[in-house]
Design a protein around this ligand. Structure first.
Ligand code: ADP
Length: 238
């Protein structure tokens, strides 16, 4: 019974979330929840704040001069809610829990293997065996292992655009995040490469709560369980 209760808890709860760039209000008093193991698509016209919204979920906006947040963002982790803006909440912990993938794949100028192992090393992992095991696991989860297993030492920038995007997803997955944030992850890819990413996201839903900005209506229909349109600072469920 307890496990059922836990599974039903929303993964993310927003309470009166507002966001400002100087005197411009981008998000206006949003209250919403995001279910565990679901895919939510954020849609809406350009400039409405969709990318900004993703940044409020992992605090990636904090170095932008003049930017400010109001309200609460709570995430359900180890059976309790944590307010990610609470001073006692650790930023490295948040970055571990909420992985981010951007519109344009951004592999680091190093080998495929090093790209994937980098976040683990940064997090302090020392065991070579553990790193090798986790790199393979992340690449398998990102549907990339078969294509790169014989060329792990090649420069990651030699991969195709679709492969680079899956590499970036694998890099986000290696820390085993429970939340995955994606900002138009297929918009720089051709249809075939985009479809592979869609299949991948559907399989990742088993282990992650996924929030994805997308402007492809068909894509949203195919994979999202919930669609929120961002319009003038508010979400409208569609
Ligand atoms: P969307 O993802 O829906 O296209 P954005 O989140 O990128 O929208 O931007 C929302 C609004 O905030 C836009 O008007 C944009 O110009 C503004 N904005 C985005 N980033 C910054 C920034 N770093 N500084 C000031 N304003 C910004």
């Amino acid at each position: 019974m307890d496990n059922i209760k836990k599974a039903l808890q929303p993964k993310i709860k927003l309470s009166n979330l507002s966001f400002y760039y100087n005197d411009r209000t981008v998000l206006n008093d949003i209250t919403a929840t995001f279910a565990q193991n679901s895919i939510t698509a954020i849609i809406g016209p350009s400039g409405m704040g969709k990318s900004t919204f993703l940044l409020t979920l992992n605090r990636l906006w904090e170095n932008i001069p003049g930017a400010a947040v109001g309200g609460r963002v709570e995430i359900f982790f180890r059976n309790e809610y944590f307010d990610i803006y609470d001073k006692s909440y650790s930023l490295p912990e948040l970055r571990r829990q909420a992985g981010m993938v951007f519109q344009i794949p951004n592999p680091l100028p190093m080998s495929i293997y090093k790209n994937i192992s980098f976040p683990l090393k940064l997090a302090g992992e020392k065991s070579r065996e553990t790193i090798i095991f986790k790199v393979e696991e992340a690449l398998k989860r990102a549907f990339l292992w078969e294509e790169v297993k014989d060329r792990l030492n090649d420069d990651a920038r030699s991969l195709s655009g679709g492969q680079q995007q899956r590499l970036c997803i694998a890099r986000a997955l290696i820390l085993e995040p429970e939340i995955l944030l994606l900002d138009e992850p297929t918009s720089s890819l051709d249809t075939k490469a985009g479809k592979i990413i869609e299949e991948l996201l559907l399989s990742l839903k088993e282990r992650c709560t996924i929030i994805m900005v997308s402007h492809y209506k068909d894509q949203v229909k195919r994979i999202a369980g919930k669609v929120l349109e961002l319009s003038h600072g508010k979400f409208i469920e569609s």
